[in-house]
Design a protein around this ligand. Structure first.
Ligand code: IPE
Ligand code: IPE
Ligand code: MG
Length: 248
């Protein structure tokens, strides 16, 4: 029996978030330029998006470029932006064919205008799709997102639209970029790094974390199934005791 058949279809996560890491090291191992690693990583994106759509996963968030990544060498940043524009252009028809709706979270105002335009067009073109929601985190960081949310809330208080007494976790969530998406039940990070790197700090509060040494350009559906299988064999207690969970 292959891994996919071993998955419990009743217990699939609704939302999977992935920190796609290790492109640079993958390229270095091959004696290639870091950008070659990023270009190769696109094939993994295609494969995993397809894998999630086939399983009927509702939401897939991919961390593609962080606020901190702007500090990388100029050539790498430029190359990544070109790759982004090229990939989106190419993939829109496949997204539509597979009923996938594209969303973007992050400070997209910092992206080159060509990338902003492609992203807006691609989101518009896939707007009516009802299958997988593919959320690209671009120029994203959680501290940026939370700071923006606090600014908006403060403004509403200043304008007397919101009483500070009524600021609840729900109000904060409504001001995050992820307000329309459920929290991820499963977060995967590739490349053997054990950190969150400013990704969905609020939303990952109760996510199951899965770390693998596999570098992103080598990550394929089988690796995804392995992560989901691992997730399905965990006990999610949410602060309760094991007995409370089992007697439910
Ligand atoms: C992840 O791979 C892609 C981005 C952060 C854009 P890296 O480029 O971080 O690869 P490593 O971690 O240097 O191997
Ligand atoms: C995190 O990877 C960001 C993305 C995958 C887009 P990094 O490679 O930038 O993370 P750090 O800096 O090593 O933590
Ligand atoms: Mg990295």
């Amino acid at each position: 029996m292959n891994l996919k058949e071993k998955l419990d279809v009743e217990k699939l996560p609704k939302h999977i978030a992935i920190i796609m890491d290790g492109n640079g090291r993958w390229a270095k191992e091959k004696g290639e330029d870091r950008l070659f690693g990023h270009y190769s990583g696109v094939e993994s994106v295609r494969n995993i998006v397809e894998g999630c759509a086939e399983l009927g996963i509702g939401y897939l968030t991919l961390y593609a470029f962080s606020t901190e990544n702007w500090d990388r060498p100029k050539d790498e940043v430029t190359g990544l932006m070109e790759l982004l524009v090229e990939t989106i252009k190419q993939e829109v028809s496949t997204l539509n064919k597979n009923n996938i709706k594209l969303h973007v979270i992050g400070n997209t105002k910092l992206l080159p205008s060509s990338a902003q335009k492609e992203l807006i067009d691609a989101c518009m073109a896939t707007k009516a799709n009802t299958g997988l929601n593919l959320i690209m985190a671009l120029s994203y960081s959680s501290r940026w997102e939370i700071t923006e949310a606090v600014k908006k809330i403060a403004q509403e208080v200043k304008e007397k639209k919101l009483d500070p007494k009524n600021i609840t976790s729900e109000v904060l969530e409504q001001h995050l970029c992820t307000t329309h998406f459920p929290d991820p039940e499963l977060m995967i990070r590739t490349s053997g790094e054990y950190r969150i790197s400013n990704f969905l700090l609020y939303q990952l509060a109760y996510s199951e974390l899965y770390f693998t040494d596999t570098l992103w350009p080598d990550f394929r559906k089988e690796n995804l199934y392995q992560a989901i299988f691992d997730y399905q064999n965990r006990e999610r207690r949410f602060g309760k005791t094991s007995e409370q969970i089992l007697n439910k």
